[in-house]
Design a protein around this ligand. Structure first.
Ligand code: TRP
Length: 335
């Protein structure tokens, strides 16, 4: 049997996971479990590049782990772990910082965006964020990195860093590929449908959280932005002309498994009120089992602890091999 390819991805515990995180990321991860040797990380070291409230951060890390499991990431089949539990991440990040150029880091769009939105705290970690992300990926010799479109630039920089290191020291790192899912990769905000639905959005009406109550979810869908079209075919998929409506169609398609054209047919001659109710209900039913299972898991702290400890052990073993190789190549004296 061929060796399975390795996959690595992570989400920052910097906000509540949203419907966008589920459809755009976790649902795809779940569908790939059987075919890959997969590592899914809760990247808490990345989260502190912007200020976090410690108690809220601790709560969200455990919540995120419970949500990963509730969404179908079986801890017996994939490695689920917390980034700060495996010290090799911080160690390799330092090494890679020395192989990443100031100019490269300056060109990262996320750095430019975050510097603008956190102008009072443009710290070194925010700037070198991509070298830590490269360390995450390269430690596991990952072949594939499933990410959203917004992270593609970071994966590209990670490839450049890996190639640069390999050229200097001989084959050390696998050069990874970004994997950007076609379906559901861009679930947009309900209140500003030209922006991505984001867990760090300040406007709560735009995003639906995985743990949100059904009545709150319905309220957000009822208020979702559409447009003023009243024609018989107003429910039509066209992201450039009808961003709000297309986003609702996309969400409904992901929640129900129906194709976009089937949905357009289903809503021929019907209006936006109907569409919003139908999509809202479909989302409530999709999220219900996830919320219930997450709540159940959060009551079982001993189990969650067992999962993250087992994950850290597996991750540490794989990461340690790569870090040892890197230190040897650099000329460090082994301890
Ligand atoms: N930077 C990613 C984001 O904000 C999160 C992340 C950190 C990540 N390390 C990673 C994603 C490694 C993929 C692989 O979405």
């Amino acid at each position: 049997m061929d060796k399975k390819k390795t996959m690595f991805s992570g989400i920052q515990p910097s906000g509540e996971l949203t419907l966008g995180s589920y459809i755009g990321a976790i649902k795809n991860w779940v569908s790939m479990i059987e075919d890959y040797d997969a590592y899914y990380c809760i990247v808490d070291l990345h989260a502190i590049t912007v200020r976090q409230e410690p108690a809220a951060l601790r709560r969200r890390i455990l919540e995120q782990l419970a949500q990963y499991i509730a969404c179908g990431l079986d801890p017996e089949k994939v490695t689920l772990f917390i980034q700060s539990h495996v010290s090799a991440h911080a160690e390799l990040a330092w090494v890679l910082n020395c192989y990443t150029m100031f100019g490269e880091l300056s060109r990262m769009t996320q750095f430019k965006d975050k510097s603008a939105s956190h102008a009072d705290n443009i710290n070194g970690g925010l700037f070198t964020y991509p070298s830590l992300m490269a360390a995450d990926i390269l430690l596991y010799q990952a072949d594939l990195v499933p990410v959203g479109e917004d992270q593609k630039q970071h994966v590209e920089l990670c490839r450049d860093i890996a190639i640069r290191f390999n050229n200097a020291h001989g084959e050390t790192f696998k050069v990874p590929e970004a994997f950007i899912p076609k379906v559901g990769a861009r679930i947009m905000s309900l209140s500003e449908p030209t922006n991505k639905m984001s867990k760090s959005d300040k406007d709560p009406s735009g995003s639906v959280h995985l743990l949100e109550k059904p009545e709150d979810i319905m309220r957000k869908f009822k208020r979702a932005i559409t447009d003023s079209d009243t024609s018989a075919d107003c429910v039509r998929f066209s992201p450039s002309e009808k961003p709000g409506v297309s986003n609702l169609i996309q969400i409904y398609s992901c929640a129900s498994g129906k194709s976009i054209s089937d949905i357009e047919n289903e809503f021929a001659g019907r209006g936006y009120g109907d569409l919003k109710m139908t999509v809202g209900n479909a989302v409530v039913e999709t999220l219900r089992p996830i919320r219930e299972e997450t709540e159940r898991l959060l009551k079982d702290k001993a189990y969650l602890e067992e999962v993250y400890k087992m994950g850290a052990k597996k991750a540490e073993y794989a990461a340690g091999k790569t870090l040892g190789k890197v230190y040897r190549k650099l000329g460090f004296v082994s301890r």
